[in-house]
Design a protein around this ligand. Structure first.
Ligand code: SAM
Length: 297
């Protein structure tokens, strides 16, 4: 058993990028755009992300897409129980090699998702039903929306989720009422988490360079977390109203309820102006709508 790591604030004994690069070359690796393989090269930023994640020693920490383990080494160094899930069978053994000094780090060779609406069973069986846990990842674009929506919908969402995502995704996650970026993912995520963008990460800090800017976003579980059933209703209501984001709410609800006067009565009772568009709704108003729209659990 290795000693627990000295902590996230301290320097992880991470090998230089040239060693990672040599391991990738030896595996005949070419990065895949489909799998969002843009590796974060900058050690200071990787260390800062691990510090932002701030996992508690011994706590379960899920990393999605460790790649060759560049960020994982910093995460494992925190003393958390790292479960890193990598879909690419060329990369998982490389990450496993770099994480070998950490007895509490595990690399799973698996797709994090089973379809779009479930974590894969290998992941699901490691996630706790109770107690605190955390997520930290340089998230591949193709799964960022589904993964964050699934985390927000869990009975016990993680305490902290610290993710590096495309800036456009970061803007959607934190979009307040009235913002053009606000959509169903904003509402789902904000039903469970307070969202903060912590730092921008420039394209030149990755290999290969992405065409877009990236941001580190921190999601902190809401102290006033709605029940799982309420969050599901909120997600369903958001999915429904945002399907027609150019229409007014009177029209959207009339179509949903099949009765314009019922829709108008409902909006009047909730104090919501019928001509408003979905993206103007505050979280509290969506919660009320979700109750009023008679969406089943
Ligand atoms: N963590 C590394 C870093 O920071 O440099 C790599 C991050 S790279 C943006 C995303 C990683 O996620 C890649 O290693 C890719 O193979 C992996 N990945 C993509 N889709 C995945 C999926 N569905 N399940 C698990 N890993 C996936």
């Amino acid at each position: 058993m290795t000693e627990p790591g000295p902590g996230v604030g301290e320097r992880a004994p991470r090998p230089p990028w040239s060693e990672f690069r040599a391991a990738l070359d030896a595996a005949g690796f070419r990065p895949s755009r489909r799998l969002g393989q843009n590796f974060l090269l900058d050690e200071n930023v990787a260390r800062a992300i691990a510090r932002d994640a701030d996992p508690a020693p011994g706590e379960l920490l899920l990393e999605i897409g460790p790649g060759c383990g560049f960020l994982s080494v910093h995460l494992a160094h925190s003393g958390a129980r790292l479960v890193a899930v990598e879909i690419d069978t060329r990369l998982a053994p490389i990450a496993r090699g770099f994480l070998a000094p950490y007895a509490d780090a595990e690399v799973l060779e698996a797709d994090v998702l089973d379809g779009k609406h479930r974590f894969s069973s290998a992941v699901e069986e490691r996630l706790p039903d109770h107690g605190d846990w955390s997520v930290c990842s340089n998230l591949p674009y193709s799964v960022s929306g589904p993964v964050l929506a699934l985390l927000a919908a869990r009975e016990q969402p993680p305490r902290r989720v610290c993710v590096l995502v495309q800036k456009e995704v970061a803007d959607r996650l934190g979009a307040p009422a009235g913002s053009a970026a606000r959509g169903p993912l904003s509402v789902r995520v904000q039903s469970a988490f307070a969202v903060r963008t912590l730092r921008a990460v420039a394209p030149q800090l990755f290999w290969p360079r992405p065409k877009v800017d990236s941001s580190v976003v921190l999601l902190e579980r809401r102290p006033d977390l709605p029940s799982c059933a309420e969050r599901r209703r909120i997600a369903a209501a958001a999915g429904l109203v945002f399907r027609h984001r150019r229409k007014g709410l009177a029209r959207i609800l009339s179509d949903h309820l099949g009765d314009r006067s019922r829709a108008l009565t409902l909006l009047e009772r909730l104090g919501i102006e019928p001509s408003r568009r979905p993206q103007t709704l505050e979280m509290g108003e969506i919660e009320l709508l979700a109750q009023g729209m008679e969406i089943p659990d």
